[in-house]
Design a protein around this ligand. Structure first.
Ligand SMILES: Cc1ncc(COP(=O)(O)O)c(C=O)c1O
Length: 399
C-alpha cells in the first residue's frame, strides 16, 4: 500500500514562486567571480563598512556579563527605551518603550506587521518601484498588491492623487518607503501627513519603512510619526542594518499604536521568542552613541553618490538623477538598450560589472539599472571606466 502523500501549506507554496530573472544577472556574476573572473559586484545594498568597533566591543562585554539567555518577546527594555528616545527626539509625538517591539531585522518586523494586519486576498497599496524584499513578505501573507507608479520625471516623487485613487474598500494597508529603495526619494512631510489623515479616515493602516532614515544627503529625514497628526493607524519600521553597518546583527523594530503592540508582541513570542540579549545591548549602545560613525559613513556614501552621478551623466546615452538619500543610484538606460535587463546582461557579459535591472523593483524602472553605493570609490571608478569603454565601443559600432 502506498503511503498517503505529504503536503505543505499554501503559504509554503506561495513562497515557491519562480526565481526572478532579475537576480539571474547577480547569480551569474557570483558564479563567474568564484570561477576566478574579474567581476565587480554593484548589486547588493549591504554596507561595505565593518560594524563600528565600539559596538562590537559592547556585544563582547555583554556576552561576558552572561547576557546570553532568553529575553522578553517584545525586546529588552534598554533597547526599546533607546529607540523610544530617538523617536521622541525626532517627532512632536512623545514615544515610550511601550510603543516599540524589537524584531530580528526590518524584514522580520515587516513580516510580523503584515501577518498581524492582513488576511490572504487583502489589498495593500504600494508605490512602484518598491524594495524587492517586500515580495516575499507579501507572498507569505498572501496579500494582493496594488502598485502606484512613482513620478519618474520628478525624481521619483510620490503621486498623491494616484495613491488616493488606489485606496478602495478592499485596501487594508498602505506601505511607503522613505527614503526609498531603489530610488533614494524622500517623501515630504506634507505628503506623509496628508496620506496619514486620508488613510485614517478610511480605516486603512499606513506603514512606513524608514531603514535609510540616517542616510540622507540633502535634508534631515522626517518620519511618518513626526509628520502625522494622529498616530492611530501609523506604523513605523526601522533598523540598524544600513545606518550602522549592522546587517548581519539582525536588529529591526516597529513603533506602533497600543492596539497593535500586543499583537506584535504575541507574534514575536510565537515566532522568534526574543532576540539575543547581547545583540540588543550592543544595539542600544549603537543608537545612543552613534553620532560620529553614522555621519562618517553617510559622508562617504554621499561622496560616492556624487562621483557616480557625475560620471554617469558625462557618458553618452545614459543618465542619472541625484538621489536625495539611501544607498543606490538609478541609471537610465532607455537610449542605449531595449530594457534595463538587457543592459545589465550586456554590461556583465562585456565588462564583468554586475548591476540590478530596474524591472526587479517595478514597471516604472524597467529601463533603469540600480547601482549600489556600497563599494569604495576606486572600485566604482574601475566600474565606471569599464562602462564608459563599453558605451563608446557600442556608439562607434552604431556609426
Ligand atoms: C527598504 C528596505 N527595507 C528593509 C530592508 C531589510 O532590512 P533588514 O536588514 O533590517 O531586514 C532593506 C534591505 O535592503 C531595504 O532596502
Amino acid at each position: 500500500m502506498s503511503a498517503k502523500p505529504l503536503s505543505v501549506s499554501a503559504m509554503a507554496h506561495r513562497l515557491d514562486g519562480e526565481a526572478s530573472e532579475v537576480w539571474a544577472v547577480h547569480d551569474k556574476a557570483l558564479e563567474r567571480k568564484s570561477a576566478g573572473d574579474d567581476i565587480i559586484l554593484l548589486c547588493v545594498g549591504d554596507p561595505d563598512f565593518p560594524t563600528p568597533e565600539p559596538i562590537f566591543y559592547q556585544a563582547l562585554a555583554a556576552m561576558k556579563r552572561d547576557r546570553t539567555h532568553y529575553s522578553p518577546a517584545e525586546g529588552e527594555l534598554g533597547l526599546r527605551e533607546a529607540i523610544a528616545d530617538l523617536e521622541s527626539k525626532t517627532s512632536p509625538h512623545p514615544c515610550s518603550a511601550d510603543d516599540v517591539v524589537v524584531f530580528p531585522g526590518a524584514t522580520n518586523a515587516l513580516f510580523s506587521v503584515f501577518s498581524c494586519l492582513c488576511n490572504p486576498g487583502d489589498e495593500v497599496v504600494v508605490p512602484d518601484p518598491m524594495y524587492v524584499g517586500y515580495c516575499g513578505v507579501f507572498d507569505a501573507v498572501g496579500v494582493k498588491t496594488v502598485p502606484v507608479p512613482l513620478l519618474a520625471a520628478q525624481n521619483f516623487a510620490l503621486d498623491m492623487d494616484a495613491m488616493k485613487a488606489a485606496i478602495t474598500d478592499k485596501t487594508v494597508a498602505v506601505i511607503v518607503n522613505t527614503p526609498g529603495n531603489p530610488c533614494g526619494n524622500m517623501i515630504p512631510q506634507e505628503q506623509l501627513r496628508e496620506l496619514a489623515a486620508y488613510t485614517r479616515e478610511r480605516g486603512v493602516w499606513l506603514i512606513s519603512d524608514e531603514v535609510y532614515s540616517m542616510i540622507t544627503f540633502k535634508q534631515r529625514h522626517r518620519s511618518l510619526r513626526a509628520s502625522a497628526e494622529s498616530l492611530d493607524n501609523v506604523i513605523m519600521v526601522d533598523g540598524l542594518s544600513k545606518s550602522h553597518a549592522m546587517s548581519g546583527w539582525r536588529i529591526g523594530w516597529v513603533v506602533a499604536p497600543p492596539a497593535l503592540v500586543g499583537h506584535l508582541t504575541n507574534m514575536a513570542g510565537a515566532s522568534i521568542f526574543g532576540c539575543p540579549q547581547f545583540i540588543q545591548d550592543a544595539a542600544a549602545f549603537a543608537l545612543r552613541y552613534d553620532d560620529y560613525y553614522v555621519a562618517q559613513m553617510r559622508d562617504e556614501y554621499q561622496k560616492r553618490r556624487d562621483f557616480l552621478v557625475q560620471r554617469i551623466n558625462a557618458m553618452p546615452g545614459v543618465s542619472a538623477d541625484m538621489p536625495d538619500a539611501g544607498m543606490f543610484v538609478m541609471m537610465n538606460t532607455a537610449k542605449v538598450a531595449t530594457s534595463g535587463q538587457a543592459f545589465a546582461e550586456q554590461l556583465l557579459a562585456q565588462t564583468g560589472v554586475s548591476v540590478v535591472p530596474g524591472a526587479g523593483f517595478g514597471e516604472v524602472t524597467e529601463h533603469y539599472v540600480r547601482i549600489t553605493l556600497a563599494q569604495p570609490i576606486p572600485v566604482l571608478t574601475d566600474a565606471m571606466d569599464r562602462l564608459e569603454t563599453m558605451l563608446s565601443v557600442t556608439q562607434a559600432a552604431a556609426g
